[in-house]
Design a protein around this ligand. Structure first.
Ligand SMILES: [Zn+2]
Length: 134
């Protein structure tokens, strides 16, 4: 598998391993930065976290949903993250909740604490994608 042609095993219901989504999102974002490619970033929703998350994360945290579009306006990703000031909490990276892969949209098939058949391949790649230059 080449890094330049990401291929996620798509299930018929449009779900994909969330770690594959994170790897592909981070790798694509790094490529955009390296090429200085243009993309449109739209803050879709900025709210106070849900009470449970607020209690866990502490004061002054915002829940932020962002959409990314390509230069021609195609929706490429919708992400979520918690932010305090300029710092992204948890993994330090935005978490894709919707991602366009091979012209189709996928959503996470499971939660962070769960494993799927694709996790073994994608978890290390998702971790590596946090350290890409760009
Ligand atoms: Zn998985």
């Amino acid at each position: 598998m080449s890094a330049s042609t990401p291929s996620v095993p798509l299930s018929e219901d449009g779900l994909a391993c969330p770690y594959s989504m994170r790897a592909i999102f981070n790798e694509g974002f790094a490529r955009c930065r390296q090429k200085r490619a243009r993309y449109q970033q739209e803050r879709l929703k900025i709210t106070q976290p849900e009470p449970a998350a607020a209690a866990r994360l502490g004061a002054g945290v915002l829940s932020i949903t962002t959409r990314y579009r390509s230069d021609n306006g195609t929706l490429m990703a919708e992400t979520h993250h918690y932010r305090r000031g300029n710092r992204i909490l948890a993994s330090g990276f935005e978490d894709p909740k919707l991602l366009r892969v091979n012209r189709e949209y996928v959503e996470p098939s499971h939660g962070d604490g769960e494993w799927c058949a694709d996790c073994a391949e994608w978890r290390p790649r998702a971790e590596a994608s946090k350290h890409l230059p760009g």
